[in-house]
Design a protein around this ligand. Structure first.
Ligand code: ADP
Ligand code: MG
Length: 335
């Protein structure tokens, strides 16, 4: 689902990521641990397109997010992120906090549909002729290939030393180009299909709200729908932040130390929710200092150190049989 290839990220002279390689399959739960400042957050921020990689590739379902021509906004919608600090909008109530992004995305989609429709209607003003589009009677691939091979072999401009067969190849090529031009011309004159606008604002808002209430119900906070974030506990806020990300129906969830800023008594309820999301099959990457949680929930644990993934293994092996001295030392401090 996600493939990270030779990811490098510098901040000026500071080399943070020095060539990270990682393949994440759908359904995997990957825990990332490592010393403070080793680049864990930077790594997640690169996957989420909040940082531009200095070099390397991040393939999300085959499309390279590091490629400047790719519309990352479309992809970012499929990547949910939860931070240490929950970043809720304090001047919006809980329901509005959860629905704002899905409504925004829906409205963007609606505008796109309207634009496409307007464009087709406008262009059709000049396309009065319902022209028949001529067929191509020659085999485009075969003719092009034969002509190409002929050009490699001979100078086709000096026609004199061409055989009859070779002359035929060239005349076929000429005919093919004529047909292709005629077809293009006809297509330009033909009326376009006018696409339907399938969305409308009311439905977008109603559906976003309906799903937001379902998610709130799931975490038992339906009664907080109209409350403001300042009236919630840290654990409640972080659980709202998680379902706010889920409201976009992401394909993958990234968690950056989601419990580090919480009072100890609130850690449990947040981990419990993340565990449920994991059990429902969500693909996730979670940076955490909760070793017990990583061991229980992760399918794979990575040790990030010195800007690379220094070691990785299934959780049992990772915690009971670390290979490198660095990881042994790190684990002896945190376990
Ligand atoms: P971690 O999450 O593992 O603690 P970070 O990814 O937050 O580490 O940071 C890794 C290094 O990159 C740190 O040395 C940090 O100071 C540096 N860094 C992170 N973001 C920036 C930035 N925007 N500008 C400059 N340096 C940064
Ligand atoms: Mg960090």
């Amino acid at each position: 689902m996600i493939e990270v290839i030779d990811l490098v990220k510098d901040f000026g002279d500071v080399k943070v990521l020095k060539g990270v390689n990682l393949t994440i399959e759908a359904g995997e739960k990957i825990a990332v641990i490592g010393p403070s400042g080793c680049g864990k957050s930077t790594f997640l921020r690169c996957i989420n397109c909040m940082e531009d990689p200095t070099s390397g590739h991040i393939l999300f379902e085959g499309e390279d997010l590091a490629d400047m021509d790719v519309d990352i906004n479309v992809h970012r919608r499929h990547i949910g992120m939860v931070f240490q600090q929950f970043n809720l909008f304090n001047n919006k109530n809980i329901i509005d906090n959860i629905t704002i992004a899905p409504i925004h995305a829906g409205m963007q989609e609606l505008r796109k549909q309207k634009r496409a429709r307007r464009k087709a209607v406008f262009l059709n003003l000049f396309r009065r002729k319902d022209t028949a589009v001529p067929e191509i009677t020659l085999d485009e691939e075969a003719v092009t290939k034969a002509a190409e091979q002929l050009r490699e072999r001979k100078n086709v401009k000096t026609k004199s030393d061409l055989t009859a067969e070779e002359k035929l190849i060239l005349s076929d090529e000429k005919e093919l180009q004529k047909q292709l031009r005629a077809r293009r011309r006809a297509l330009k004159r033909q009326r376009l299909d006018v696409p339907d606008v399938t969305l409308d604002k009311q439905t977008i808002c109603a559906e976003a709200e309906k799903y937001a209430y379902e998610l709130l119900e799931k975490i038992g906070l339906t009664d907080k729908a109209k409350s403001y974030p300042s009236t919630l506990s840290g654990g409640q806020k972080q659980r709202i932040a998680i379902i706010r990300a889920l409201a976009m129906r992401p394909k993958v969830m990234l968690f950056d130390e989601p419990t580090s800023a919480l009072d100890p008594e609130m850690v449990g309820e947040v981990l419990e929710l993340i565990r449920r999301v994991a059990d429902e099959g969500m693909t996730m990457v979670i940076v955490t200092h909760e070793m017990g949680f990583a061991r229980e929930v992760a399918t794979r644990v990575l040790f990030m150190d010195g800007g690379v993934i220094a070691e990785e293994a299934p959780p049992e092996e990772f915690f009971t049989a670390p290979k490198s001295e660095r990881l042994k030392e790190f684990l002896s401090k945190v376990l």
